[in-house]
Design a protein around this ligand. Sequence first.
Ligand code: ATP
Ligand code: MG
Length: 328
Amino acid sequence: MRIFSGIQPTGQKHLGNYIGAIRQYVEGQDRGDPAIYCIVDLHALTVPWDPASLRESVYDTTAILLAAGLDPDRSILFRQSDVREHTELTWYLAALTAHGDLNRMTQFKEKSAKQRELASAGLFFYPVLQAADVLAYKAQEVPVGEDQRQHVELMREIARRFNERFGPILVEPELRVPEVGARIMDLQEPTSKMSTTGGSESGTVLVLDDPKTVTKKIKSAVTDSGSEVKRGEGKEGIANLIQILAVARGSSEEEVEREFEGSGYGDFKGAVAEAVVDFLAPVRERYEELRPDEAALEQALEAGAEKARALASPTLAEVRSAIGIGPT
Ligand code: ATP
Ligand code: MG
C-alpha cells in the first residue's frame, strides 16, 4: 500500500491536524510501502506569507511530525519544494482539470472570500498541485481530515481522465479519514472546523500549547443551554468535545456519553482538558528536544527529498512520454 499525505507549514499545527492527519501518518508507517509525507510549503504560498517565517515554519512542522512519532527510516518525510516534479506535473494535470470543478471547491470559496487584498490564482489552483503531489507517487491511499474529501475526489477524477486519454499510468487514490476525529471543530465556533489560517485563536488548541493554555481553551469552549453530555441537534460544541475526549482516551463516543450521563458540563470539560493535556504532552516535550537542531531537521528533509525524487521522477518520465512532451 503506497500512502501519501501533505501538511502545510502555515502557523502552528493544531489538535485537528493532530487527530485528523498526523495520528494517521504515524499509524500509516507500518502499512505504507512506503508511507510518504510532505511538508507542503508551495501550498503555503496560496495565502499571504512572510518569507522568513515560512522557512521557520517548515522546521516547526518537521519537528512536530518527528515528535509525534514519524520515523524518517520507516517513512519518507520531505519538503515539497525540494522535489520539482510536483510543480511540473501540476502543469500537465492542469490541462485536464475543468475550470468549473476548481470553481466548485468549498475550500477555494471559503478561503478566497476571506482574502482582503488578493485572492490569488494560486488559491484557485491549490487542488491541482495537491493532485500532482499524490499522483506523482502513484499513491493508493491519502490519509487526511474530512475537509479534504472533495479534493481527493477531484484528484481521482483527474487521474481517471488522464488514464482514459493517455493509457493506464496514474493511480486513483482512496481517501482515508479517521473513524472518530475526522473533523475537529473550533471550540469557539463549533460549526466551523478548527483551522490554522481561519478560526478563532481561543478556539484552536495548538499541539504546542502549554497545559495551562490547553485547559483554559477547553474550559471556555462554547457549549449550549442544555445540560446533557450527548451528541444531538444544536449540540455541536458538546459533540466536538465528546469526539475529542474519545480520541484522547482511545475510547468511543458512545462510551464517553455513557460515562458522563448525569454529569454537568463543568466536570465534563475538566475531564476533556485533562485528557488532552496528557495526550499532547509527550509530543510537546519531544518537540522541545528536536526543534533546536535545525541542521538535523534539514538533513532529514534532504534525505527524504532524495528518496521522494527517486519515486516521482519515473512517473514524470512516463507522463511526459505519454502526452507528447520532450524528445521520444
Ligand atoms: P488551513 O485551514 O489553512 O487549510 P489546516 O488547519 O487545514 O490549515 P492543513 O495543513 O491544510 O491545515 O491540513 C493538514 C491536515 O490536517 C489535512 O489532512 C487536513 O484534512 C487535516 N485537518 C485540518 N483541519 C482539521 C480538523 N479541524 N479536523 C480534522 N482534520 C483536520
Ligand atoms: Mg487545510
